[in-house]
Design a protein around this ligand. Sequence first.
Ligand SMILES: Nc1ncnc2c1ncn2[C@@H]1O[C@H](COP(=O)(O)OP(=O)(O)OP(=O)(O)O)[C@@H](O)[C@H]1O
Length: 364
Amino acid sequence: MARITLEGLAHSYLPAPRGPEDFALKQLDHVWEDGGAYALLGPSGCGKTTLLNIISGLIRPTRGEIRFDGQDVTDLPPEQRNIAQVFQFPVIYDTMTVYENLAFPLCNRRMAPRAVDARVREIAEMLDLGSELRRKARNLTADAKQKISLGRGLVRADVAAILFDEPLTVIDPHLKWLLRSQLKHLHRRFDFTMIYVTHDQTEALTFADKVVVMYEGEVVQVGTPDELFERPAHTFVGYFIGSPGMNILPAEISGDRARIEGHELPLGAAYGRLPAGARVEIGIRPEFLSLARAGEAAGAAVPATIRAVEDVGRYRIARTRIGEHEVAVVAPEDGEIPSDGACVVFDPQRINVYADGHRVQEGG
Ligand SMILES: Nc1ncnc2c1ncn2[C@@H]1O[C@H](COP(=O)(O)OP(=O)(O)OP(=O)(O)O)[C@@H](O)[C@H]1O
């Protein structure tokens, strides 16, 4: 396994790119640590597949350098990079048996037959393919074929990294959950460097130790699932992670106070001068808001109208409106939701401040 360093990476599919808008990947510097389990999360078109293909060597970047354990591989073709890649759809040999498919990447590297056999059986067991080994791949379901694809990606122990590009898209939802847990288990057991591309936050958060969030060709945050939840570095992260996502409201900031819709709120920290002309917003997760009756609310409360209440099981989501802005509040199952004269109560410590989408450091 390898430590993968991306330095000053950028990629445009155009022959003569002019501005940043011509780049599918804008400036990107990132280190994938040896043995790390990463999810690469972002909406459709943000550049995830482009980045994966640059790492595997299928695409040569317009700018920048890729290093595996310090060695520059930018100009090496895929076959010399020693990367395993699993795609959205099965890439297998239909005329071979499941066993032969799994053994292929090992036989290709002239591994001793005994070692091949042991490894194939181990991987097949983990993916629940043990009883299918003698069957021809062509006769199997789409789910089983994709499991073979995963197995072929995982079977070699000597790869620099394993890249997964939305590998569970074609898989039935129940099996998806099982395979995700299996992958996590395989990672713990074999310590592979794994990069798992998805646009599904549940998939990303259950698989990865570190999540790399991309938006419009840029990495906007790298963090643990907790960090992404607690301190989204970009409003997009706040909105994309969580259900419902973070509430974002235009605000004016002065020291340790925010003004929204003519109401003043205390903040958990003081902020210095924000960039002139920047779009300034505050963000707070629905989990860190509560509802109270006007007049009974202590501290940081702002009048709101309640538009709808959704019961989602263990809690409810109140859809409120502050001025022109929709604000979601997570309310306990048994708590009172005032029908009128309501206030949304903010936890000042949980308010993040953003300038042009990027989180502003306290004091900064
Ligand atoms: N071969 C190509 N030629 C030209 N433009 C491309 C090519 N492949 C991707 N793009 C463009 O580059 C941008 C990034 O695409 P990419 O496929 O990397 O995103 P993605 O995040 O993987 O999306 P998805 O989740 O839909 O696969 C998009 O605007 C896309 O239209």
